[in-house]
Write a protein that binds this ligand. Structure first.
Ligand code: IMP
Ligand code: MG
Length: 193
């Protein structure tokens, strides 16, 4: 259970290692209505750019699954969907800079119009890596969309073709994004304080 006051939300979080609850304060950055509107705009723009072509959406698990589900349903071009799962060596919120594919695509991208769907770009390492790997498989075109972007955190040069919201350097959860696997199901996007 939680309480809400304006944009401030407080949630009880169960810490299993310590077998106790703690009260976590969060600030809402984007509500579900605002997100829906933005996803609709992105889908419209992408559908216009890919008009008359079939797009293979490649979602990066797990974070992008909710964004991709909503985006796909707003698109007006035919779409197919597949997923990859990536892991970065090292744990926690700081990327070590080395990425590998732990679950690959089940579809060939060769000759196809491919759109990588990501939840958030932080250092840029993940998307840059996946982009390179998929490009080598000779798709007809390869583009990227990210719902969120933290440009100030970039460690490698990478610019997505479509971005929903550019945000400051905050750690955010909700709408697919997690904090230790928690909060992916929150309908809005929140900053953990
Ligand atoms: P990058 O390789 O540093 O760009 O990291 C991108 C990945 O880190 C995303 O796919 C997310 O899984 C994760 N990530 C980065 N920032 C956040 C955040 O604020 N909240 C939740 N996950 C994040
Ligand atoms: Mg992710």
């Amino acid at each position: 259970m939680g309480t809400a006051k304006g944009n401030e939300h407080k949630l009880w979080l169960y810490i299993s290692g310590q077998k106790k609850y703690t009260l976590l304060a969060m600030k809402r950055l984007f509500g579900d209505k605002e997100i829906r509107k933005k996803v609709g705009l992105l889908a419209g723009q992408i559908s216009r750019d890919f008009a008359g072509r079939e797009v293979l959406l490649v979602g990066i698990l797990k974070g992008a699954f909710i964004f991709m589900a909503d985006l796909a349903r707003k698109m007006t071009t035919p779409v197919k969907m597949d997923f990859v799962r990536l892991a970065s060596y090292g744990q926690g919120t700081i990327s070590s800079g080395k990425v590998r594919i732990t679950k690959d695509l089940e579809t060939s991208v060769k000759g196809k119009d491919v759109l990588i769907v990501e939840d958030i770009i932080d250092t840029g390492v993940t998307l840059k890596y996946l982009f390179r790997r998929l490009k080598a498989r000779r798709p007809r075109s390869l583009k990227t969309v990210a719902l969120l972007d933290k440009p100030s955190r970039r460690r490698v040069r990478f610019q997505a073709d479509y971005v929903g919201f550019a945000i400051e350097d905050h750690f955010v959860v909700g709408y697919g994004l997690d904090w230790n696997e928690k909060f992916r199901n929150l309908p809005g996007i929140y900053v953990v304080k």
